[in-house]
Design a binder for this molecule. Sequence first.
Ligand code: UFG
Length: 351
Amino acid sequence: MGGSLHKQLRAIWHRAVMLLQSSLEPVTPRKILVTGGAGYIGSHTVRLLLRQGHDVTVVDNLSKGYRHNVPAGRLHEIDLSDTAALTRLMKAKQCDAVIHFAAFIAVGESMREPARYFTNNVAGSLSLLDAMVQAGVKHIVFSSTAAVYGNPHTSPILETFPIQAVNPYGESKVMVETLLGWFDQIHRLTSVCLRYFNASGADPEAALGEEHEPETHLIPLALRAVQTGKPITIFGGDYTTPDGTCIRDYIHVNDLAQAHILAVEYLLNGGPSDQFNVGTGAGSSVLEMIRAVEEVTGKKVPYVVGPRREGDPPSLVANSQKLRDRLGWSPQYADLRTIVAHAWKFAEKQK
Ligand code: UFG
């Protein structure tokens, strides 16, 4: 009880210091190592970090990411399992902090190949943490997920909800959150776990966007249906939601990226380890999303309603008040049409 009050007071103190600093000082350039910086969310974060004057080193094995997503001279093709190479790089670059994205992300695939998910996501993270300890890097922002909550009974979801992943992907993130707790206790390595809801949209200038292979996400698939005329399948129209389709909290990738940068600053200013949801707090159904795509593109989205997809909770909406209160975050692109418009601009550019 005393410990938790002490933790809360420390967090309030650090927030006050951060607010004061942000109003008085220009941004201090930081040396940040970004794993998975060639992927979707990683590359947007790298772009924003560079724009804000930070020095960025990217580590990616290019198993999912793309070389073209990383500005020249910043990419180091290293696998997370190579602890020695990571240690050497962090020492050479004198990194202040790590932002750790590199991971497999497909829920369905994780149900078929759990070992690959645990090896890549958990063992890979452990190797990275080991390297951080050896290199003396003391802060990490970790890419976690709403999937750690499994199928919550109510929504919006708070960080205090039970952690009960329902697939190996979500469980791999829970395991890394657990590892981070031990590394803090034993090595004083502080961490922020950002539990993302549905990352979406693209760089407003369309320099970057979503390029998963295969693509499984709703917005790029709906845009592709507009481009090709081939219908998208809505996974289930019989959920206990107002229009029968699943509700998700779509968060613009740049708003997500900004949350990472604020989290790094928070840790470098001495903030204690913590976990935060990142979402807008507004839920949209699959049909609402299809309507938004139609409005933005000016074209009909061809679709069919199919059976439910295994493992899809009816509704996942974030309560992100903690992130707003403690880190001073607020989304700039919360409007669904803006998210879709940015994704559309990128999709059209790819044709
Ligand atoms: N959907 C369809 N048809 C499709 C694709 C998706 O109806 O062809 C529906 C899904 O059933 C779901 C919604 O659109 O209701 C969003 O689906 P996505 O596949 O775009 O995203 P998910 O909500 O399944 O998963 C995302 C991330 C996960 C993360 C999760 C956390 O991809 O990594 O959010 O909320 F764990």
